[in-house]
Structure formats: structure tokens, C-alpha cells
Design a protein around this ligand. Structure first.
Ligand code: ATP
Ligand code: MG
Length: 406
């Protein structure tokens, strides 16, 4: 896997002692998480973090303050970004195969297209649930932002449709599973592996920011791996066009920047902070701040206090970048200074990264998932399947008018 071309970066996983995680069923993975705390949990700083699963990492969410979705004009820069997605699909175009993941609002299914027999992923959201949880604004924004973006490290939306009860988003099926699963199986990543994923994520975030979009939900659960091992970020549930400043408390507690927790106005600085949390979690196997009882108030106190213990095995370069990303002082935070993202891309930890080649996926991924054909979903957890008879409902639709973009 050595990348002979660059001479430095993308060095072989074996060289760095990185063992590919064994192929393992999703169920087995969860059992493993419950029975066998990650090695990191044995260290004093990580005590109590070994059992973190999806379920225990809930979202923090407030409704957006404005009552209706504002259709923002397409930014002039990043012109290749704007494209049309279709709203002309319907339920009968797809056969539902199995569940790939569940989130706070809905469920993502692996489906087969009746037209080309190909695999896709469909995210289904219940309108009633979205309304009850005051997420109408975020849901319309998710659809709008996904339509607007096109990038090698972001999931691709093909189109949407709705029935009287649900909203449906048709995406590419990203078969390699969540970075979350790979990280928990690996316990922690060697420095070059963490660097590869952090670098691809940084390119995607920088692209979003160039369109004045903040992502706001960076975490390993939302970072999928393609069959080629390259990153695909999914879940635009909190992504929003913010040309200036916003205040909404949303995201995942472990990844919240102090300015969000403190209800200070914020912008893209929060995504760069979250990149710091991700980098730390990949290198250590646990995030910089956590509480054993998942009590968000205690967690927020820790985030605001900002005292981080860096494991001795972090390289000085990684630690230096982390300090510049995880600083509470947004006038000192990398990504948020006069040089913008160049401070991050030019940091010594990323020294050997050839960013152009990385963007073109010419740097081989450190881990290539085992994917056996277009229909192999074994990199995803198994979920109890639900009754799908409500999909395609034609009854009364009291909330339909709230979702004009679907
Ligand atoms: N395009 C895709 N291909 C394969 N799996 C996907 C895809 N999109 C999402 N998933 C899976 O479904 C899960 C839930 O999707 P998503 O995060 O969008 O839902 P959500 O309800 O917004 O979740 P959250 O609780 O984070 O808000 C993901 O973590 C991932 O495992
Ligand atoms: Mg998610």
C-alpha cells in the first residue's frame, strides 16, 4: 500500500503495525463492544469510555430560530457545486432489502432500483417525528445542502420523494461501513492512518466552508468508507448555509465546540474544533472529553474548562495541531484565523500530504474494507427490521406543506 509516488505519505499499513480489522459481522461487533472494553479504557485517562456505542452518543438539538426554511442563493464560488437532483422518484422504483443504520429521526435502508437493478441507500424520515422534534428547518436544510454539494468525500444524493407520512432521500450506498466500526475494532489508529482520514475529512470540510456551509455533526458514525477505503461523509441533518453567524445548539455532545455549549454565536470554527476531536478520538480511541455516566452537563463543564490530557504516544506534531484546533479561544483556533484552512493544510503534522493527489484519491487508503459485490452490507450492524407497510401511505398529510423541497 506504500505510495511510491509521494515517497512519504500513505506508507504501508504493515510498516506502521496497523492490522486490518478482521471481517466480522455487525452483531458480533456490538457484542464485542459490550463484553470487551476497548484497550484504551484500561488507561486512566480513558477509564469509562470503553462502552460507548451509537446509542450512548445522542444528539444535542435545538430548533433553528427562524420559522421557515430560507432558500439561500447558490454561492458564486464553487460553481461546479450546484446541480439538480430529482424529486420524481417514487417508492415503487425501489425494493427494500435491509436496514443499514438508524438515527434519531429515521432509518437508512439498502435498496434495489427497479430501473437499473443497482444498490442505493434510502434515508426515511417520519414527518410527524421531525415536526414533534422541531427539526423541520434542519430537515429541509439537509435536503437543500445535499443537493448543493458534490465532492469525492461527501455522499451523493440522487433525489428525494415523499408520501403522506414519510420523506425519502436516495443516496449512493457507501459499502465500507462506518469509520466508527473500524475505529472501535482497531481500538485506535496509528498516526499515519489517523492522518489519512483526518486529511480527507479536512478537504471535505474546507469545500463545504467554501460554499458557506457548516456541517456541525462530524463524528466517526457519520463518516463512511467507500469500498475503496476512501471517506464519504453522510448525514447532513445539521448542515446549514451560514454566511455569517448562528447560535443553535446542535451536534453530538462529545464533539461540541465550547462556543456552541456556551451559546456564543459561531460559524465554521466549530467544524475545525470537531476535526480536532475526531483526530484525538482516532489517535487515542476515546474523545478528549467524556463522562462515565454520559451526563451532558458534566461533559459541557469539561469542554468549557478545556483541560485535555494528551497520551504520551501522541507525536509532538499531532499534539501541536490538536492544541491549535481544540483551543477554546476562537481568535487562536486554526481554520478560523487570517490564513483560514491553510493553517491546517500547511501544518507540520500534514507535511507529507500531497493535497492534490489526495483529492484525486491517488493516495491509497490504509484500510480497504472487505466488500463482496454491490450487495454486501456486512460492514454494517444488523438491526431489527421494521414493518414497512406504512411506506407509501396515501392518507391525510397534515405536515406535507412544511417540506416543500421533497
Ligand atoms: N449513503 C449511505 N450508505 C450506507 N449507509 C448509510 C448511508 N447514509 C447513512 N448510512 C447509515 O445510516 C446511519 C444513520 O444515518 P444518518 O446519520 O444520516 O441518520 P440520522 O437520523 O441523521 O442520524 P443521527 O442520529 O446521527 O442524526 C449512518 O450512521 C450510517 O451507518
Ligand atoms: Mg448520523
Amino acid at each position: 500500500m506504500a505510495d511510491a509516488g509521494s515517497g512519504h505519505y500513505g506508507a504501508s499499513s504493515q510498516q506502521h503495525g496497523y492490522q486490518q480489522a478482521p471481517a466480522q459481522s455487525a452483531t458480533a461487533r456490538h457484542q464485542q463492544q459490550q463484553q470487551q472494553p476497548a484497550a484504551a479504557a484500561a488507561t486512566s485517562t480513558a477509564a469509562g469510555y470503553g462502552h460507548q456505542t451509537h446509542a450512548s452518543r445522542q444528539l444535542a438539538r435545538q430548533p433553528e430560530p427562524t420559522p421557515q426554511v430560507v432558500l439561500s442563493p447558490t454561492p458564486s464560488h464553487g460553481s461546479s457545486a450546484s446541480r439538480k437532483t430529482s424529486s420524481r422518484y417514487s417508492l415503487t422504483d425501489f425494493t427494500f432489502i435491509r436496514t443499514l443504520g438508524t438515527g434519531s429521526f429515521g432509518r437508512v435502508h439498502l435498496v434495489r432500483s427497479q430501473h437499473n437493478q443497482r444498490s442505493y441507500a434510502i434515508k426515511v424520515l417520519s414527518k410527524e417525528r421531525v415536526v414533534k422534534m422541531k427539526q423541520v428547518e434542519h430537515t429541509n436544510s439537509e435536503r437543500e445542502m445535499l443537493e448543493r454539494v458534490r465532492h469525492p468525500f461527501l455522499v451523493n444524493l440522487w433525489g428525494t420523494f415523499k408520501d403522506s407520512k414519510n420523506l425519502y432521500m436516495v443516496m449512493d450506498f457507501v459499502a465500507g461501513g462506518e469509520l466508527f466500526s473500524l475505529l472501535r475494532k482497531s481500538q485506535r489508529f496509528p498516526d499515519p492512518v489517523a492522518k489519512f482520514f483526518a486529511a480527507e475529512v479536512a478537504l471535505a470540510l474546507d469545500y463545504l466552508h467554501s460554499l458557506e456551509i457548516i456541517y456541525r455533526d462530524l463524528k466517526p458514525e457519520n463518516i463512511l468508507l467507500g469500498a475503496d477505503g476512501h471517506v464519504k461523509i453522510t448525514d447532513f441533518g445539521f448542515a446549514k448555509h451560514v454566511p455569517d453567524i448562528t447560535w443553535t445548539l446542535c451536534g453530538t455532545p462529545d464533539y461540541l465546540a465550547p462556543e456552541i455549549v456556551q451559546s456564543r454565536g459561531y460559524n465554521k470554527s466549530v467544524d475545525w474544533y470537531a476535526l480536532g476531536v475526531l483526530m484525538f478520538e482516532m489517535l487515542a480511541g476515546y474523545p478528549p472529553f467524556f463522562t462515565e455516566d454520559s451526563n451532558p452537563m458534566r461533559l459541557y463543564e469539561k469542554i468549557i474548562a478545556g483541560k485535555i490530557r494528551y497520551p504520551a504516544y501522541f507525536t509532538p506534531e499531532a499534539k501541536d495541531l490538536l492544541k491549535s484546533l481544540l483551543t477554546n479561544d476562537i481568535t487562536k483556533r486554526f481554520g478560523n484565523l487570517a490564513n483560514g484552512s491553510r493553517d491546517i493544510f500547511g501544518h507540520v503534522w500534514f507535511q507529507e500530504v500531497d493535497w492534490e493527489r489526495l483529492y484525486r484519491k491517488e493516495i491509497p487508503a490504509p484500510y480497504v474494507p472487505k466488500v463482496d459485490g454491490d450487495w454486501d452490507a456486512s460492514n454494517f450492524d444488523a438491526y431489527p427490521e421494521v414493518d414497512l407497510s406504512e411506506y407509501g401511505s396515501t392518507g391525510p398529510d397534515p405536515h406535507g406543506h412544511l417540506f416543500p423541497l421533497f
